[in-house]
Design a binder for this molecule. Structure first.
Ligand code: HEM
Length: 507
């Protein structure tokens, strides 16, 4: 037995000796490259600039005692998430992910292990299967109809032919927020609601708080790399996340508690929404599968998974398309030919709308929601290419640079939906990681069907229902990225004019 182990050890040792870490800046003792990271904010820009200067598509940056491995090349990305997927199936531990997942009870933020397996299986089977997607079609449709009603109301008080000013960021984020609230809680509004379809104070507070969580989950907080600093909240991220969670829980907790009480008093015959499903799931001993803490935490996980990508993609795509009106024209021509002008787009139309889907796909490529994919943490030492990747490394695939890699994409900075039209059915997934939409492998997104449907409907309804242009005094939309992340620096405001019969916009 021992003799059999010796060659293995020698092999492993000599592999370590031969292969070195990916190239990177020389680390300082103990703190590694944290000083450079702190003096070159935002961190994502520093990392990307560093890779450009070093002319490398994979790097190794030591933050405290953690090896952070950014990747901008699809071939290398595929080794991590396809060939060696099982090794890179864990997630990093950060103070903010700990807070948001209530101590790692959920799916997205949870390291590899039994809890992640349990929750991912629950989501995939009980909430996100094609059967469940069909079952809750009408709830999503109510929100797609409300989207039209809401935007139409923004135009209706304006003189004929002038159109109404619409804050696209707000409209798109609230459409996503409405859909997920309707699916989870069977309600659009936490408060009294609004007559013209717009979000009330409660919904604005709710959606804004979800975006605060998204901003800080993996925000290169110095205390995550120097555990001795953990309690100090030097950059203030923990305080902001705690406040956002307080707001979110203020709305969720009473609904969840009341619903559990209802189920305990008299079990319902049928589940009306995802909350009912989560409460009524049973394990092999006919006991509730999920605890109250798991249900509460998992709901927050679902919210953060849903609100950002469709809304960010639409905001960017529309900004790009207003600057290239031929693209808008081509999209509306497709919509008029597939759907006509006598009815609204339905989910069943979306598969036939290749050009509209190509616009969404192009937005995911060129303007992803975040600079990096969530970290994938290695469960053992390994070698990728000729580089040694130690156990515990944080691999961060660059969503920004994979989609703009000039070796893969011709004119990478140009918004050109037609580049995706070389297939008979355009899809939003990209398992080859030439850009990242839903990612691939064990940690890939289980919400592909719902995410594709929501994105397709958001694009198709708004492009079919309205003619879009820049505001009166604006010649072209400013496409500058925000300094902190890669969202549009200023929320897109555009002019909408209804292009269908007035009765089609009514609820
Ligand atoms: C257009 C919409 C969406 C996009 C582009 C998207 C994209 C992604 C990406 C990039 C990841 C990370 C994959 C990785 O770590 O490699 C992810 C994970 C995840 N997504 Fe989505 N997503 C979308 C919608 C949704 C929806 C609607 C849900 C559920 C309601 C959902 C649930 C999840 C979950 C649970 C994970 C974590 C998977 C894991 O860690 O095992 N997503 N998604």
């Amino acid at each position: 037995m021992v003799t059999a182990l010796i060659p293995n050890l020698i092999q492993k040792y000599s592999r370590k000796q031969k292969s070195k870490l990916p190239p990177g800046p020389k680390p300082w003792p103990i703190v590694g490259n944290l000083p450079e990271m702190l003096s070159n904010k935002p961190a994502h820009q520093w990392i990307h600039n560093l890779m450009k200067e070093m002319n490398t598509e994979i790097a190794c940056i030591r933050l405290g005692n953690t090896y952070v491995i950014p990747v901008i090349c699809p071939t290398i990305a595929r080794v991590f998430l396809r060939e060696q997927d099982a090794i890179f199936a864990s997630r990093s531990l950060t103070t903010c992910t700990d807070l948001v997942s209530s101590g790692y009870l959920t799916t997205i933020l949870v390291p590899f292990g039994d809890q992640w397996k349990k929750m991912k299986k629950t989501l995939s089977n009980a909430l996100l299967s094609s059967h469940q997607l069909l079952r809750f079609h009408d709830k999503r449709n109510e929100e797609a109809d409300n989207l039209m009603f809401y935007v139409y109301n923004k135009c209706k008080n304006v003189n004929d032919g002038v159109g109404g000013l619409v804050n696209i960021r707000s409209v798109a984020r609230h459409y996503s927020g409405n859909v997920i609230r309707k699916l989870v809680f069977n309600t659009r509004y936490f408060g009294k609601g609004m007559k013209d379809g717009e979000p009330g104070f409660e919904e604005v507070e709710h959606v804004d708080s979800i975006f605060v969580l998204l901003r800080y989950l993996y925000a290169f907080s110095v205390s995550d790399y120097m555990p001795c600093l953990r309690g100090l909240d030097l950059d203030g991220h923990q305080k902001k996340v705690k406040e956002a969670l307080r707001v979110i829980k203020k709305y969720h907790d009473p609904i969840v508690e009341e619903r559990i009480k209802q189920w305990n008093d008299t079990p319902k015959v049928d589940e009306e929404d995802w909350l009912d499903i989560l409460i009524s799931l049973k394990d092999a001993n006919n006991k509730p599968s999920l605890t109250l803490e798991e249900i509460n935490a998992q709901i927050i996980d679902l919210l953060i998974a849903t609100v950002d990508n469709p809304s960010n993609a639409f905001e960017w795509a529309l900004a790009e398309m207003i600057n290239q009106p031929k693209l808008l024209q081509r999209a509306t021509e497709e919509l008029d030919s597939v759907v006509g002008k006598e009815r609204l787009v339905q989910e069943s139309d979306v598969p036939k709308l290749n050009y509209v889907k190509a616009c969404a796909r192009e937005a995911f490529r060129l303007h992803p929601m975040a600079p990096f994919n969530p970290p994938h943490v290695s469960l053992s030492d390994t070698t990728v290419g000729n580089y040694f990747i130690p156990k515990g490394s944080h691999v961060i695939l660059s969503r920004k640079e994979l989609g703009r890699n000039p070796k893969v994409w011709n004119e990478p900075h140009k918004f050109k939906p037609e580049r995706h039209l070389n297939v008979s059915n355009v899809v939003l997934t990209e398992p080859n990681l030439r850009f990242i939409s839903f990612s691939t492998g064990m940690r890939s997104c289980p919400g592909v069907m719902l995410g594709t449907t929501m994105t397709g409907m958001l694009f198709a309804r708004l492009l079919h229902g309205f003619t879009w242009s820049a505001p009166f005094n604006v010649s072209t939309i400013n496409l500058t990225e925000s300094k902190d992340d890669i969202s549009l620096a200023e929320p897109l405001v555009a002019v909408a004019k209804p292009r269908l019969a007035p009765q089609l916009y009514q609820l």
